[in-house]
Design a protein around this ligand. Structure first.
Ligand code: G16
Length: 545
């Protein structure tokens, strides 16, 4: 069987390539200004169909979202059968298809992918697709559908969903009716699974004061509200703010996890009541960060590193109490605060692995542990339980009533945690469970260690692809000479650490710096940003902190 060239050519003619359409499938798929994405979406539809055929008709996911990016951007990523990110070996095909300059070239590239990837076109294809709350999604989803239709793929429209809900659905479809069945393949099934686990873990505990959640004015707002209806506010008191996902221009605007993390302040116009718990989702609800203000009104961030420490400590206690002989490990990126790595290794005594930015890298590394906790500092992460650990949790005979209780909690935790990808709703529940069980205030959680002061800066450059890195992004290889200059700047600062890497989701280079004091961390960030800008910058120099 061969590609229906005529159908593809005709469908492609309705989706001409924009000259500025994104060139590479990056950290989280394709991302760019929504006006440039129509052809990319169509071609991703084609690729999703091929990917499903390659995997004998297993369901593949397509999520239309640009997550934390500004509202005018959009993007798309593919989800593989177990709910994980598209296998990296297929990213090049995505890039090749997106870059084909004409309908004719697209047909030729498609045939080439079929041949090189050894896709059997006679296999069926099934794809589930969903989108976030961006106004541009409606037309872009139509382009995806045209791509799927051109290759006769069976389609399931998940509609408006959070990114992690789409990942969940993919895994559910592919495991239905098997011993690994992950859950009911519907958003209601997702709510039910989390609500049941939460109820098991929370019932009988002394409830904490309500958590206030900033939904970034994104899809997390309606989805969190739907979930709260299922679980019941009496067992999970939550107040939502920044929860208007329908008003144009609002998404991620001065709010949301990325804003809070990078600006190190609360969402604009949200007054923090001292000592109360707050959390922020990002635009597609796959990241979460927590924070609070102390008695003097000083803002304290509890980011992905803090979540990793909290989750790892709690899970280690349950493992110990239940008598299970399994090991916990943590995966971080170069953005992890040095103090968190020190806490994990020296206080908790867990092995820590550092990998490049991008969920796919963290997820993959976490799979090598019995229980792998992975979190990026920006709040993206989850916990993975290996198949043998899951078997042990299900079959272990506890030696005492307290061991049985710990085991029951671990079992519920397995269901509470979305193991396909980082999930703001599920991670919110994970943190709340730990705080509930420990009866901790946010300040008690925060007391585990004090972050080294740090700063993240974006630098606009002529060509971010000219920046290449190694050593899990801790060293920059090109432009030549840049690393030496960074090393010199770092040497002048007590406790200094800094690195530079190209963003995979925005057209910029990111500069991270940390040091012993706030002023020296800012000084180092400004200095390194200045070095990058003078070497390869575009437009005005980034404003100094
Ligand atoms: C995506 C990725 C994350 C990454 C973030 C920023 O998050 O899934 O792994 O940390 O982009 O990436 P970069 O620094 O390369 O721009 P999200 O929440 O935007 O999908």
């Amino acid at each position: 069987m061969s590609v229906n060239e005529q159908a593809v050519r005709a469908a492609s003619a309705a989706h001409p390539r924009h000259p500025n359409s994104p060139a590479t499938y990056g950290t989280a798929g394709f991302r760019a200004h929504s006006d440039t994405l129509d052809s990319t979406m169509f071609r991703v539809g084609l690729l999703a169909a091929l990917r499903s055929k390659k995997l004998a008709g297993q369901t593949i996911g397509v999520m239309v979202t640009a997550s934390h990016n500004p509202e005018q951007d959009n993007g798309v990523k593919l989800v593989d059968p177990h709910g994980e990110m598209l296998h990296s070996s297929w990213e090049a095909y995505a890039t090749q298809l997106a870059n084909a300059p004409s309908d004719e070239a697209l047909v030729a590239t498609l045939k080439q992918v079929v041949q090189v990837a050894e896709v059997d076109l006679s296999q069926p294809a099934k794809v589930v697709y969903g989108h976030d709350s961006r106004p541009s999604c409606r037309t872009l989803v139509r382009a995806v559908v045209d791509g799927l239709t051109a290759l006769d793929a069976e389609q399931v429209n998940a509609g408006l969903v959070t990114t992690p809900q789409l990942h969940y659905l993919v895994r559910c479809y592919n495991t239905a009716g098997t011993p690994q069945a992950y859950g009911e393949p519907s958003v209601e099934g997702y709510y039910q699974k989390l609500a049941t686990a939460w109820t098991t873990l929370a019932t009988g505990r002394h409830l904490l004061p309500a958590l206030t959640v900033d939904c970034a004015n994104g899809v997390g707002a309606p989805k969190l509200k739907e979930f709260l209806k299922v679980v019941g506010q009496d067992l999970l008191p939550v107040i939502t703010v920044r929860d208007n996902h329908t008003l144009a221009g609002n998404l991620n605007m001065n709010c949301g996890a990325d804003f809070v993390k990078t600006q190190q302040c609360p969402p604009r116009n949200v007054e923090l009541v001292p000592w109360q718990r707050y959390a922020s989702f990002d635009g597609d609800a796959d990241r979460i960060v927590f924070y609070y203000a102390d008695g003097t009104g000083t803002f304290h961030l509890l980011d992905g590193d803090k979540i990793a420490g909290l989750a790892a400590g709690f899970i280690m206690d349950l493992v110990k109490d239940s008598g299970l002989g399994v090991k916990v490990g943590v995966v971080q990126t170069a953005y992890a605060n040095g103090a968190s790595t020190k806490y994990l290794t020296e206080v908790l005594g867990v092995p820590v692995q550092c990998v490049p930015t991008g969920v796919k890298h963290l997820h993959h590394a976490a799979e090598s542990f019995d229980i792998g906790v992975y979190f990026e500092a920006n709040g993206h992460g989850t916990v993975l339980f290996s198949p043998s650990t899951l078997a042990a949790i299900n079959t272990h005979t506890p030696a005492s009533p307290s061991a049985a209780a710990a085991l029951a909690n671990l079992r519920a935790l397995v269901d509470l945690i979305n193991q396909t990808v980082g999930d703001a709703i599920s991670d919110m529940l994970l943190v709340e469970v730990v705080l509930l069980h420990r009866q901790w205030t946010p300040a008690q959680w925060d007391a585990a260690y004090t972050d080294y002061p740090n700063r993240l800066v974006k630098v606009l450059v002529q060509d971010r692809h000219a920046f290449t890195t190694s050593d899990a992004e801790r060293k920059v290889d090109t432009p030549a000479g840049l690393q030496d200059k960074i090393d010199e700047a770092v040497k002048e600062v007590v406790g200094g650490r800094s690195f530079v890497r190209p963003s995979g989701t925005e057209d910029c280079v990111r500069v991270y710096a940390e040091a012993a004091t706030r002023s020296t961390a800012d000084e180092l960030a400004n200095k390194v940003a200045g070095i990058v800008h003078s070497l390869a910058g575009k437009g005005p120099k980034p404003a100094s902190f």
